[in-house]
Write a protein that binds this ligand. Sequence first.
Ligand code: HEC
Length: 482
Amino acid sequence: MTQRSAFWNAVATLVALGLIFFLIDPAGRAPDGARFLARQHPALVHLPIGFLLFAGLLALARRWRKDEHQGSTEQAALVLGGWGGVAAAAAGSWLMQMGGYQADVLFWHRLAGFVIPLAAAGILLVSTERFGSGLRSAAWSLLVAGLVIGGHKGGEMTHGKQFTAEYAPVLLQPVLGGAPTLETRFDLSRPDSISVYSALAKPILHARCTSCHGEGRTKGGLDLTTAEAIAGHETDTDDDPLITWGSSEASLLIQRIMLPMEHRRAMPPVPDAKPLSHADVELLRWWVDSESGFDGTIAAADMPGSIRSILQAYGMGEIKRGVFALSVAEPDTASVTALRATGLRLTRVSVDEPFLDLACDAASCLSAEGLDPLAPNIISLELSGTDVTDSDLAALSRFPNLTSVDLSRTAVTGSSLEALANLPFLTRINLYGTRVDDSALDVLAAFPALEGVYLWNTNVTDEGVARLRDALPGADINDGRS
Ligand code: HEC
């Protein structure tokens, strides 16, 4: 090939790629006539790759023979490979307009798609006598880099990240990004501090929706990239709102992903994009139904068994709440044994938690010597039928992690229940068979964590119980009557 024709080949390649780059706008709509060609992109890319690899082999063989002169077969392979690459770039750009690809992966794949034909034309140009071997090596390196990156990213787009790395030798896995396991898809390590939105909904929306709804294009006027954009989206008046918290049926976002994939309005639109997996649909639905909004944490959301099993498959461990989320040291065995010897009934609440139940025969056990080191471990206190009185209740603040206190059948009147107000985990209190009345209930109304109050055979009235139920709507207020 002459210097002149190599030059004009390079210019023509540059012009063609320029036209493709500037005329096929990523955010535009693929022309109907181009859609067929667009879909041939995966087949179209392989032909130039073949030609270019063939040219590469010939060049290597030449190098081995110390032959500087490029043969006509090698040149033909580079011309065909280069122009095949131009055609693949055009088809790929239309395919990109049809959407559904992840933006960051697409960026590198597209860049490689433009670099490859340029490198092929460049090799032809610098292989003429005028240029030194340094330039030749650089042009070949560019071509090889383009092929490796383009192929790798292309595989990732069509088959997912796993595809190229799945069977890679262990040594190569770090280079290829490794084969991600199910566990790495979502970060579920801190269910009590990370929101359902940022842990689950956002990663799904970003992987499957924002290529069309955000990042430069907002199909249907919808941007799903940020909480603000989602919250601020206004749907048409004859449509339901994008999200109605607590009701996925009345949320356009969920309606669209639940349509059968043949439906014209199904999201993401098939065949431009892959349909969502069943698990992803269920997770998005749960996000909306659980009323988690953008801040509600995974641990705080009501979790049906089906969602729990999905999340466990993604690596979520058991969610610990309240006192069980604290890191409390194991109870000191020597202290426990010594106290038991004095007649104190201390038992573990479960084998794998460091917490203890203390059952007393008399109020004096609250001040038993040697109990201090175990105080954080004691979460349940049974004083039923003992001689405990109102004046002893102040001593209960010695046990900061109490969740349950049984004062049933004692002389307690409720006049000093305030003493328990600063126990943050107190969820159950048993006052059965005591002389507590409505004034005690008004005190209990201010206890933040209360879930159960037992009031059989006390002096409380129906009105007092109704007031407490209003104040603690989630709690079980049991007065033995209703
Ligand atoms: C391949 C591009 C593409 C992808 C990917 C995609 N959408 Fe869409 N989406 C569209 C187009 C085009 C429209 C406008 C036409 C229509 O309403 O059907 C639209 C409209 C919508 C609407 C209606 C907005 C309104 O106010 O009318 C919702 C809701 C929606 N998409 C949700 C999603 C969700 C959720 C995902 C991800 C699971 C998703 N879309 C993925 C292309 C896409």
